[in-house]
Design a protein. Sequence first.
Length: 659
Amino acid sequence: MGRGQGKEVSVDYIDLPQVLSARGTVRLPGSKSISNRLLLLAALASGETELHDLLASDDTARMIEALRSLGVGIEPLAEDAFRVNGVGGSFPVRQADLFLGNAGTAFRSLTAVLALAGGDYRLSGVPRMHERPIGDLVDGLRQLGAGIRYLDGEGFPPLRISSPGPCAAAVVRLRADVSSQFLTGLLMALPLRGVETTVEVVGELISRPYVELTLASMARFGVQVIRDGWRRFTVAAGSAYRSPGIVHVEGDASSASYFLALGAISGGPVRVEGVSLDSLQGDVRFADALAVMGATITSGDNWIEATAGSGRLQGITLDCNHIPDAAMTLATVALFAEGPTSVRNIASWRVKETDRLAAMASELRKLGATVEEGDDHIRVLPPASIRGLRPAAIDTYDDHRMAMCFSLAALGTPLRINEPKVVSKTFPDYFERFGAVTRAVPVVAIDGTSASGKGTVASRVADALGWHYLDSGALYRLTALAARRAAVDWHDEAGVAAIAATLDVAFAGRVISLAGEDVGDAIRSEEISAGASLVAALPAVRAALLFRQRAFRRPPGLVADGRDMGSVVFPDSMTKVFLTASVEVRAERRHKQLIEKGIAASIAALSLDLRERDERDSQRSVAPMQHSADAELLDTTNLTIASAVAQVLDWVKKVSERG
Ligand code: DC
């Protein structure tokens, strides 16, 4: 994961190279939904519970923190295992101020539990949490005598909770068409009342599989909810949670969706371990959706595997009410399908970590899709060919699933994902796992000194391999030329960086144009060469050109020449070469080129100029030219171009053979 280069740039992002193929096995992190349910139930139960394979993430950390503030003993046994000392239904701490971040599972269920447990509590979260509705749950709890006040807006957190008044109500009417977490929270809290209580669901109940998870989790702790379909749920008098001893958390089915999608789109096979098609987690049904689109899905006891089917995936229309999270993955898989995909009945997207309908629509459009955003559905029409996907910088809206589902677009284009650390909400090492099962478009990086012949060598290597070629120096030269034409001083860092960011360039074969004009010769003048070296030393300019350079990395491969190809722009290059020659030989070569073009020049002046440029390129503070230890040194002082090319191709071949 990269921080922007240079002091001026504070944006956090990760650049994903285009992915050629994906295969392998991923051990899934524990399910967020199950982890947070089991933590709360273990805390409420009598007895000690060992929770294994628990998810380590922001959302579970918020729950653990809150429970500890309430006086629950929670001791780590390993990175993903904890011992919870149950409090037997009443928390030792009766007064607390709990901050729950943006963890909906923790906020909703703790609201219900604390409202019925008694005590004086304040519950708050991040600003977005305060925009996520909770009124239907509060209305339900108030029917049971709960004392809950809104501290800010009516119907939204933060909340003040005080001990419930006496209340004999035996039936609660609850709306759960905005979030199933309201029913989940209420059901988990009901055993604290001690008397028989029935919840009657008013209107539609959304995301039903999550309620199944709740019932199953409660059953593991000894409380059987009596149910009548999806309408009535009754918790009997005298129900109380008892620790089952040791409990294992299943892998997260929503997290599985990204890897299954990788296998289905790219060929695969990609296998996820820790979950099976029999799981109660609704999001395992995402695998069925992939199968309908044409992927091949196989599964076993504790794994699911996805492979591409015989043809391209086909767009589908699907009611995703039961799988709102995996539905986001479906919307990005749509980029690779033939024809449109409609994801329907997902109004709840509007009140999640962000307004996911608006966010998905705007980011999918950046990549070149045509998107229809409805009140409760989204329709995605991808470009006619996968090659039509455009490199883009994707915003993540403080939403972990935006970052994860858009990573799939890397199967069709290089892309940048802003603020990628949002994944820590549920999957802190997501991008490392993604990297481990994907193979990126390969790069050969050829760095070296000015006029060392690296451009000629690199472009011939590209031709021999049938790969793309990036002359990164040309981008600095174009920036210098464009700045000169716009009368922006080469020392004006912000001014030149703005020009670099919006450079209107086209590389067609070996023809380079700026705003439609062929500038192949103009950028090679001695004056622009000096200007390029100056602007290249400005950190903001380098940052502005970074993603533009990475976007050249297209299948089947890229040969890139410059100063920092192997060190900064493509640090994962398969082969890195540092190419140089003595100053005298370089000056002679440059002299010959200029004479051929009819330009007069003196070898002595050229030598001096080259020495100065070497000095500046290697002494600057950011991305200095250097022969790093992982690069092969190629000194061409006494080599012909053909033998230099042959040497590079030989190195490339050796790496390919290794593997
Ligand atoms: O390779 P070239 O001579 O066309 O490069 C022009 C200038 O741009 C040169 O002074 C070094 C700079 N440059 C750079 O700093 N980083 C690169 N990757 C490529 C070129």
